[in-house]
Design a binder for this molecule. Structure first.
Ligand code: GLP
Length: 261
């Protein structure tokens, strides 16, 4: 796990975007895992700028979303499919149908989940998975207690997540769907490179548990300690509880220039 502590959200977005630009230029058919939430938004804005400057093209790339609310009005602006469309997909040159997400309005949700895992496999697997982290340590919507081998499935959101996400629903927790479809921890662990972005003091405890805590389903993101290639990009507030912060800074400052993220 490479932990990089950077001064600002904008420095994080720059570095994360450079990894995406390098990947897609080296492999134009790359498969990208897209996350929702506020954490990746600055990164998406940077990617759009790189696209506008002709430094990246998604024309041959594919993307898979991490998760989706169940039963949300298809036109709702907070439906994750619509968020991804607004924040990135419609602003770059993905081919029609190249960005997929779990279908939270499918008649048969279990079948939709299975088909989604299958579609990821058939695409060749995710080359770079962008991740955020919930304040309770969830990744995608894998709440505490999630099995480490879980696949895409229906989950019930915790009250904490509902409270956290109420800000996207007019600060009304009642308006937040309680069910979601999410890639499982086992699904996410199959990505070739996981790039997790966390900023702000509200993430400090979850980051501490993920990076330096014991691996436990109580803090689902801690499974990333077993992932062969994880990059964790943090601002100083999110890194505040890390015991080895000085080492992470030292290691990054002395990183050989030939070694990519
Ligand atoms: C949401 C999403 C996650 C996201 C997390 C953090 O519930 N399902 O994919 O990483 O919560 O969100 P934010 O980046 O807005 O803090």
């Amino acid at each position: 796990m490479e932990v990089v502590i950077l001064p600002s959200e904008s420095a994080i977005a720059d570095l994360a975007a450079s990894a995406l630009v390098a990947l897609v230029n080296a492999k134009p058919t790359a498969v990208i895992g897209l996350a929702t939430g506020s954490s990746p938004l600055a990164l998406y804005r940077r990617l759009i700028q790189h696209y506008q400057a002709s430094e990246i093209s998604f024309a041959q790339a594919k993307a898979f979303m991490l998760d989706e609310y169940v039963g949300i009005d298809p036109a709702h602006p907070e439906r994750y499919r619509n968020v991804i469309e607004t924040e990135i997909a419609s602003q770059v040159d993905f081919a029609p149908g190249a960005v997929q997400g779990p279908d939270g309005n499918a008649a048969d949700l279990a079948a939709a989940c299975q088909a989604y895992d299958q579609a990821i496999k058939q695409s060749g697997g995710i080359d770079l998975q962008i991740l955020g982290i919930g304040s309770d340590g969830h990744i995608a919507f894998n709440e505490p207690g999630s099995s480490f081998t879980s696949r895409t499935r229906l989950v019930v959101l915790t009250e904490q997540t509902i409270a956290d996400n109420a800000r996207f629903f007019g600060n009304d927790p009642e308006a937040v769907p309680i069910f979601a479809l999410t890639q499982g921890l086992g699904t996410i662990m199959e990505s070739r490179h996981a790039l997790l972005v966390a900023t702000g003091a509200g993430k400090a405890q979850a980051v501490k548990q993920m990076v330096e805590g014991g691996v436990s389903a109580m803090w689902p993101a801690s499974i990333l300690q077993f992932h062969p290639h994880v990059t964790v990009l943090l601002d100083p507030a999110a890194a505040a509880q890390l015991e080895l912060a000085d080492y992470y800074k030292h290691a990054f400052a002395n990183k050989p220039s030939w070694q990519a993220l």
